[in-house]
Ligand binder design. Sequence first.
Ligand code: GUN
Ligand code: ZN
Length: 435
Amino acid sequence: MLYAIKANILHFPKTTLVPEENYEYFENGILVIENDKIKAVGHENAILPHFPNIRVIDESGKLLVPGFIDTHLHFPQTEMIASYGEQLLEWLENYTFPTERKFEQPEYARFIADKFLNQLWSNGTTTALAYSTVHKCSAEALFEKALSKNMLMITGKTCMDRHCPDWLQDTAEQADTETRELIDKWHNHGRLKYAITPRFAPTSTVEQLQRLGNIVNDHSDVFIQTHLSENKDEIEWVKSLYPECIDYLHVYEQFGLVNERTVFGHCIHLEDHTWERLGELQSIIAFCPRSNLFLGSGLFEIAKAEEYKVPVTLASDVGAGDSFSMLRTQGEAYKVCQLQHIKLHPFKGLYMMTQGSAHALSLDHSIGNLNPGTHADFTLLDPHFNALSTLRMTSRANTPDDTLFALSMLSDERTIAGTWIAGSPVYQRPNLGDN
Ligand code: GUN
Ligand code: ZN
């Protein structure tokens, strides 16, 4: 199957420290798709002569970008998004654990996996690094649904064998066995990938973390995802559980759980020596601005990450994050930076949820950009999705960075006109009235 889409096309074809200078933008661009991959990208005058008679879907005026990558969120928390009044530890007790209990039922896990994927796609997200619950069947439910669309989804069964309700615990041995079974069945099956997932240091015993570290030794290409230094009470708790460790990071490092495939959610309250170590080990940070504001956790210090050369990716952290929209997450990242007198360029924001994340995860041969040969995972943004956005876009010089910036502040579910995964549409916006 060969077809093309005409739109304004924006992406970062390669890895860069200055996305604001290294983007590629084609006004009246053409993206050629052959089966599940991108065949060509460029200006219509350069591309169309090579593909006579190709079917062109005309989306002129819309902005086509690579599908967004959300590097940290919790699929079982979809239904408890926007739950009132608590900071991290009470929020976990009062809302999260009771909700996650429901996923012991495979039928329920499949029901929410469906809702979750539809939320991702209708927000332009085509790859996610998602936590499942402690129940093996929850990870299976998400893998099965993602596989049916040939999606690059990364998840793992959450491991937690202490300091949480009995009815939501596994054991060290069960975490070990089930994680290995899931890796054998799902990792690299189609485009799926596995992430070893200890929830966070306080909810795993030493034995559990040791066993998970052994799995990393046996499977060097799986991902690892967990939380690090999100909330001050959490950090004090970790100190009391591991008084011998120099910092929170060291708890994970001593068990072999810290490498360049580890994605740490949050990293709000870090000392310089921890930043330095993260830079040495090239572990990846998931910056979750909406969650950090929602739970009152604190402000992520992007300047430190840059100083110590730690890769930073952008993430929603639903359900502590209060939106599935990566565009609106970028908008909130901008505000978190503003509070520190730092200007987050809109291209840097987009980079942190496309090519930057893909490169950090060593997946940029497949996702994150629109280079020929990569998978055709992309989304189509409509800058004229309502009366206000139309007014904003038409009354000011609209360069692609200005358009993107305004969308990161104003967008809602009408902004996403369509989302494609592996060359096929997975979401198409219902028709809008006139704006
Ligand atoms: N720390 C441990 N578990 C969680 C979780 O589910 N969400 C957030 N934001 N932080 C956590
Ligand atoms: Zn989280």
